[in-house]
Design a protein around this ligand. Structure first.
Ligand SMILES: C[S@@+](CC[C@H](N)C(=O)[O-])C[C@H]1O[C@@H](n2cnc3c(N)ncnc32)[C@H](O)[C@@H]1O
Length: 238
């Protein structure tokens, strides 16, 4: 069996194996995955106040790895909160997990769809309620690779954080990004934590459809680079 086939087989048997046990980089998430039903509070900056926005977040690892807040999600949340200017924008978040990034966008006045697979929908809905953001944030199931519902195609901005970790999902994620970007030229912010060499295969697939550049105007950039996190802006090729 080739290395790639073996990797894929192991991924299918244990999707989280790279997050638990990695010999290339430190993978420990912000909270240990043993977390059950806790509520945390996180603060995010505006341009002049380091703690301008507060989000209450229910975290619970039982529905899957997305039930806790991941470092790339916090990086992307901080970037959009400091930048601001999202009032009235239509924003879609992919692989939202707890919904953190989308909730921050909703708090800034955007109309947001937070999306993920069905086991995560309850925790996302709980977090929308906890922050009284029902008027701004809608929870929706969106499985990568499946057709994108029509109402999600008129989007100004697409956000994704820490969505590169499970190899069989790489082509599905690229397909969904491509489908979403086909409608109009949405701004796509993609926050990524490098975990292993195989991630190169995701970028090889992505390269067929998108160009990307690093977001350079983030004052936190040096800090999260040390944790192998990058914030990218994607633009579609065709
Ligand atoms: C590592 S978590 C990141 C969660 C969140 N974005 C954050 O930064 O805290 C990856 C998320 O991608 C979601 N995901 C994985 N495969 C997916 C798929 N095929 N379709 C939709 N979402 C998926 C998971 O359910 C999970 O919530």
């Amino acid at each position: 069996m080739s290395d790639i086939a073996l990797d894929e087989k192991l991924d299918t048997l244990d999707p989280l194996r790279h997050l638990r046990n990695n010999d290339e980089l430190d993978l420990i998430p912000a909270q240990p995955p043993s977390i059950h039903n806790q509520t945390i509070e996180l603060a995010f900056p505006s341009s002049d106040d380091p703690e301008a926005y507060r989000i209450k977040l229910s975290v619970d690892a039982s529905p899957g790895c997305g039930g806790i807040a991941w470092p790339a999600g916090e990086v992307l949340s901080r970037y959009i909160s400091r930048k601001g200017g999202l009032k009235g924008k239509n924003i879609l978040e992919l692989g939202s997990g707890t919904g953190l990034v989308g909730l921050v966008a909703g708090l800034l006045g955007a109309n947001v769809w937070i999306t993920d697979q069905s086991p995560l929908l309850d925790i996302m809905a709980r977090n929308v309620e906890l922050n009284a953001l029902q008027d701004h944030v809608v929870v929706k199931e969106l499985n990568w690779g499946e057709p994108v519902p029509q109402d999600l195609l008129d989007i100004d901005m697409i956000l994704a954080a820490d969505c590169v970790y499970f190899e069989p999902a790489f082509p599905l994620l690229v397909q969904t990004l491509k489908d979403l970007a086909a409608g109009r030229n949405s701004d796509i912010l993609f926050c990524y934590k490098k975990r292993r060499k195989a991630d190169k295969r995701f970028f090889a697939l992505l390269k067929k459809e998108f160009n990307w550049s690093e977001v350079l105007d983030d004052p936190d950039r040096e800090n999260y680079h040390r944790e192998a996190i990058s914030l990218l802006r994607l633009t579609r090729k065709h």
